[in-house]
Design a protein around this ligand. Structure first.
Ligand SMILES: *[C@@H]1O[C@H](CO)[C@@H](O)[C@H](O)[C@H]1NC(C)=O
Ligand SMILES: *[C@@H]1O[C@H](CO)[C@@H](O)[C@H](O)[C@H]1NC(C)=O
Ligand SMILES: *[C@@H]1O[C@H](CO)[C@@H](O)[C@H](O)[C@H]1NC(C)=O
Ligand SMILES: *[C@@H]1O[C@H](CO)[C@@H](O)[C@H](O)[C@H]1NC(C)=O
Ligand SMILES: *[C@@H]1O[C@H](CO)[C@@H](O)[C@H](O)[C@H]1NC(C)=O
Length: 390
């Protein structure tokens, strides 16, 4: 009895200071934040964006097939084993992305335009380069045996000095207004060259995944080439009436058949883009064209987009694999949270639109805190992106 009581006293003495000071610690950091916000508001009236991540509730709470988080700690450590999976891949996978550099007028840059993530500050011009580097970082962590090919304008002075990353110049019009159209043209030119090289016996099997550079690959992607051995190209879809397809992720099997059928398919998309969607928003034309090619194919039933399950369909001679965005192209919650949380097996996170800063923040969290990928996914899931961006 006496011992029991002494123990409890020791317990209380030990934790009492913590109980008292913990709330204080929080409020001090809150104060710090608030004063920062105040400074910011006073400093520039037009900008009331946060300069730090704001954490909210994690969508999908209580659902057994969705990531569960306690603070910034993942309760389901599903992404610990991803590296062992990646090492099992017998073929090379190359990630291909189009990257354009634009002249920024230095005189427009103000000190207040600097954005700080972790220990680094980025000017406007440095931000897109930081996104590209972060894209490469994630690939090298999740799929260390893969490489990255950056397609770019020969006229740009882009320099990338990273292992396993190569720069490939493809002639074209990379101006902002034409970029999405040019991107399809560059993909086609790339596939054409790879096909020719294949015919000359220059290459062993190498699959290609064409992606936006604002994506984080958080798991191995080799499996899909084995799990669905018959597809020529793969696209990602979601249950969205007007825009069920996202053009940010296109996988192509590296066989001569795959390269050629994917090329012909993209030529159809290019044709639809040029003839129907040139007036569409410069961002969305390729997506609308992609959807048009698919929905106007007689054998296609758009109802298949309503269920998030992978399926195959033949389109213009190509076996097209449709993969759910929820796993291969997951976007941080917008509004009500499109996907109702994060599936445990999410493989690619897309920092679409105004979520770019969160991509840098996520990498910073992962690389500097000793946390794992699963914990980082909690950060992404919980961070409200409202008013938080470049
Ligand atoms: C994920 O973690 C939660 C909380 O620990 C648990 O209830 C749930 O069963 C886990 N899900 C899976 C699929 O293991
Ligand atoms: C690795 O590949 C071999 C065959 O190449 C297969 O039998 C094995 O199941 C794979 N392991 C994993 C973890 O995928
Ligand atoms: C960028 O600026 C340089 C020098 O001002 C100019 O020579 C070059 O043509 C510009 N490039 C583009 C893509 O506008
Ligand atoms: C990546 O680069 C390293 C160092 O140059 C090289 O040893 C390795 O083979 C490369 N890996 C791939 C997949 O190209
Ligand atoms: C950031 O700066 C601090 C203080 O200089 C240093 O201790 C820390 O290691 C740095 N973090 C990274 C990720 O470089």
């Amino acid at each position: 009895m006496g011992i029991q009581r002494r123990r409890s006293w020791r317990f209380i003495l030990l934790f009492f200071p913590l109980l008292v000071f913990l709330p204080l610690l929080f409020s001090v950091s809150e104060l710090h934040r608030n004063s920062k916000e105040l400074d910011q508001d006073l400093g520039s009236k037009r900008s009331n964006k946060f300069d730090h991540i704001v954490l909210g509730p994690a969508a999908g709470e209580g659902l057994s097939n969705r990531l569960q988080c306690s603070g910034l700690e993942a309760l389901n450590k599903t992404h610990l084993s991803h590296i062992s999976h990646a090492f099992n891949c017998s073929e090379i996978i190359s990630f291909v992305t189009v990257f354009a550099v634009y002249n920024s007028s230095q005189s427009d840059e103000k000190l207040s335009d600097l954005v700080t993530v972790g220990n680094n500050s980025y000017s406007k011009a440095a931000r897109s380069m930081a996104i590209l580097n972060t894209y490469i970082n994630f690939i090298q962590v999740s799929m260390p045996k893969s490489n990255v090919i950056v397609l770019s304008d020969p006229a740009s002075e882009l320099l990338i000095r990273r292992n396993n990353v190569s720069l490939l110049h493809i002639q074209g019009d990379y101006s902002r207004g034409m970029l999405m159209l040019q991107r399809i043209k560059s993909y086609i030119a790339f596939l054409e060259t790879r096909y020719e090289e294949h015919l000359q016996g220059k290459h062993h099997l190498n699959h290609y995944i064409f992606t936006d550079s604002d994506m984080a690959v958080v798991d191995g992607l080799c499996d899909m080439f084995h799990k669905y051995p018959d597809f020529h190209l793969a696209l990602t879809f979601r249950n969205n009436k007007d825009q069920p397809l996202n053009s940010g992720f296109i996988a192509v099997r590296g066989t001569p058949d795959g390269l050629q059928k994917a090329k012909i398919f993209l030529q159809e998309v290019l044709e639809a883009y040029s003839s129907k969607y040139m007036k569409a928003s410069r961002m969305l034309g390729d997506q609308l064209a992609l959807y048009w090619v698919i929905k106007s194919h007689p054998s296609f039933d758009v109802k298949r987009f309503s269920r998030p399950e992978a399926f195959m369909n033949e389109i213009h001679g190509a076996q097209v694999l449709f993969l759910p965005c929820a796993i291969y192209n997951w976007t941080p919650p917008e509004g009500a949270g499109q996907f109702h949380g994060m599936p445990l097996d999410v493989k690619v996170v897309h920092f679409k639109g105004s979520r770019k800063r969160l991509m840098l923040e996520s990498w910073n969290f992962f690389s500097s805190s000793g946390s794992d990928i699963s914990d980082m996914l909690c950060l992404i899931l919980k961070s409200g992106r409202t008013k938080y961006d470049f």
